[in-house]
Every structure is written in C-alpha cells, then in structure tokens.
Ligand binder design. Sequence first.
Ligand code: ADP
Ligand code: MG
Length: 224
Amino acid sequence: MKLKAEQLTKIYGSGESRVTALDKATLEVNNNDFISIMGPSGSGKSTLLHLLSGLDRPTSGKLSYDGQDIYTFSDKKLSLFRRQRIGFIFQQFNLLPVLTARENIIMPLLLDHRQPDEAYLKKLSKLLDIDSRLSHLPSELSGGQQQRTAIARALIAQPDIIFADEPTGNLDSKNGGEVMDMLIDIWRELGKSLVIITHDSRIAGLAERQFVIVDGVLTEVNAK
Ligand code: ADP
Ligand code: MG
C-alpha cells in the first residue's frame, strides 16, 4: 500500500469569504506508517484528512493510491473504494442511533452485500473490549465504548489505512487514553497504517512521523 498526496489545495468560498483551508499539502503514507498531525483549530486538519481519505475532493492537486489516481474516480467508485480500502474514525463517533453496536460495525459490509467474517469481528471486539456490548444501542454505551465501536466499524472491511480525526476529542482523559492505547495496539497487531490528528502532544510524540499544520501549510517536523 502506498498513498501519495501531491500539492493538495482546498479553497472554500470566493471574494471576501475566500479561505485557503489547505495549501499544497504533499505527503506519502507507506505500509505500517504511524503518522501524527497537530495544528490549531481551523488550521486545515480535517480538510486534509477528508481529502486523503477520499471523503472530499480538492480544488487542485493529486492523490494516488497504489498508482490509481483517486480523484478521477466517479463518486460511486470513490465511495466503494473508500468503504473497502479506508477506515475513518470521526471525533463525534457518527454511529447510527437506531442500530446496535454490532449492526453499526458491520454496516460498511452490508452496503456492499458482504457478510462479516465472524472470527475477525470477534477478534476486533475483544481487542476493543466491546465483545459484551455488541447487542446494545449507542445510547446504552459510554463515550469510550461508542468510539471503540466506531473503531471496529472503521476496521471491519480490513482496510490498509486508518484515518482518525481527533478520535479522543469528545472523551475525558481516562476514556481517551484507553481509546488511544487500543488504537496503537491495533496498529501494531494488525499491521495497518495509521494517520491520526490530535491536540495531544503526548499522543503525537508516539508516532513515527510527526507533522504540523498551520494556516493550511503542512510540514514534517521530525522523523524518528
Ligand atoms: P481544523 O480541522 O484544523 O479545525 P478545518 O479543516 O475544519 O480545520 O478548516 C480549515 C479552514 O477551512 C477553516 O478556516 C474553516 O473555517 C474552513 N472551512 C472548513 N470547511 C469549510 C466549508 N465547508 N466551507 C467554508 N469554509 C470551510
Ligand atoms: Mg477538525
């Protein structure tokens, strides 16, 4: 797996309200990378992650994934690609409230008429310590359990790469710490690439490659 973003730029609005949310971001993600991105609020972090994961398209720039030019895909092909190859973890969990934890987790597969691999689902639920909570609705789960359910959903299709946009931003420090530890365990155990946005310099420091973003400009600050 190799993801290569070249000169990604995103401009919102025009005239007086024109905002350059992302300014020529260039970044490569390889197998097994653990990358952190830090930056103040409004600096373009979510914009970058949405572009890297194909949730959005840039104003200009290119994204290739194993040599495939992603933004040339139709919307339909892009969402299929995303569901099968990319895991995305949101700050707000984004679970569907009327579905149980298990149903939320397997939803990305059902959309493609695929059945879950029960052994893998079991392994994920154990790793994330939600195996006894699978029949519960999100409203019956703690914030930490909800986010761990969302992590299982991001992983169920066995993506190569996981993007996490401030995954602990809605959790207290204890639950946030647990979620981070589990994410890192999963990164180690399952051999995925992990790209994480965080405000927490301790978490950023755990990553092998660290980036900062200020006013839409992305810079690599340290390579271990
Ligand atoms: P961060 O995630 O670092 O807080 P964002 O990527 O969400 O920052 O936003 C970067 C900049 O782009 C901000 O100035 C924000 O107001 C602007 N922005 C983000 N999304 C939109 C949008 N849909 N329309 C207009 N401006 C936007
Ligand atoms: Mg954001």
